[in-house]
Write a protein that binds this ligand. Structure first.
Ligand code: NDP
Length: 275
């Protein structure tokens, strides 16, 4: 049997790093720590090596299409595809940041929604039968959904929303945020929240597509919240350690072979939450 392989984006620190650490202990196969910056990636590798763990490394900047396609080609050639993909990389502006809301919307959606979508576009065809795809979203995606206009909520919750329609809505949010009209257009004042509402909705769209187009492949794709975790993003007051934040993403990554659910769900603390 060929060696199984798992890829974790944005895993040089924070929750992604903890996921790699956990998978090195629990996953029977090759675990790839990836980082947009090779130096930060190597430092993370050395840190895990000092714990006696042996992940592998590949550079991966999800904002760089060339980096995505290079990595995808590497996994295709070396492993014939990917068994588990965890889209963890994400950004958030600090509350004190003085960048305009329009800029925050553009930059935040670029990474958390559009670049994560680019990852999915190029890696979904590589996911092997029995594979698992985990998109690290946030509970904020759900809260933000509830703060959108009834019309937007209806679209984000609908079973017939297409990827193109969702992309159009995310582009519309950025445009309206830049012109200061996002509130009139039905959006709340959170760029991070909208980026994660988009990511959770995208997860549901792609899961429905998998069920339709690869019904016999047994691939499970879900979005999740890691909880509020002490990382550079969330700060020192958050209650969970990164290892605790890794629990739900790892649970979804390691759903046993043959299981049929959860699939296309939003999962927190290992439980499915209504969307
Ligand atoms: P950190 O800021 O600690 O880590 C984020 C990671 O993503 C870093 O490795 C960072 O790399 C990487 N990253 C950012 N942009 C890119 C990119 N373009 N390409 C590749 N990697 C990138 O955040 P967390 O660990 O807290 O967050 C991980 C995920 O969990 C995020 O998606 C976040 O939104 C989500 N989340 C976090 C919560 C929390 O309480 N911490 C709560 C809910 C969700 P670099 O070091 O180079 O910047």
């Amino acid at each position: 049997m060929s060696t199984k392989v798992v890829v974790v984006t944005g895993s040089n620190k924070g929750i992604g790093f903890a996921i790699v650490r956990g998978l090195c202990k629990q996953f029977h196969g090759d675990v790839y720590l990836t980082s947009r910056d090779v130096g930060r990636g190597q430092a993370a590798m050395e840190s895990l090596a000092s714990e006696g763990l042996k992940p592998l490394f590949h550079q991966l900047d999800i904002n760089d299409l060339n980096s995505i396609t290079t990595a995808a080609a590497f996994f295709k050639k070396k492993y014939g595809g990917v068994d588990i993909l965890i889209n963890n990389a994400g950004i958030a502006f600090k509350v004190a940041d003085t960048a305009t809301f329009g800029t925050q919307a553009e930059v935040t959606l670029k990474t958390n929604f559009f670049a994560t979508r680019d990852m999915l576009t190029h890696f979904m065809p590589l996911i092997k039968a029995g594979g698992r795809v985990v998109n690290v979203s946030s509970f904020v995606s759900s809260r933000t959904l509830n703060q959108c206009s009834p019309e937007l909520q209806q679209r984000f919750r609908s079973e017939d929303i297409t990827e193109d329609e969702l992309v159009g809505l995310m582009q519309r949010f950025v445009e309206k945020a830049k012109s200061g009209e996002h509130n009139q257009d039905g959006w709340p004042d959170t760029a991070y929240g909208v980026s994660k509402t988009g990511l959770t909705t995208l997860s549901m769209i792609l899961a429905r597509r998998l069920s339709k187009e690869r019904p016999n492949d047994g691939i499970l794709l879900n979005a999740c919240c890691p909880g509020w975790v002490r990382t550079d993003m969330a700060g020192p007051k958050a209650p969970k350690t990164p290892d605790e934040g890794a629990v739900t993403p790892m649970y979804l990554a390691l759903i046993p072979a043959g299981a049929t659910e959860p699939h296309g769900k939003f999962v927190s603390e290992k439980e499915v939450y209504p969307w």
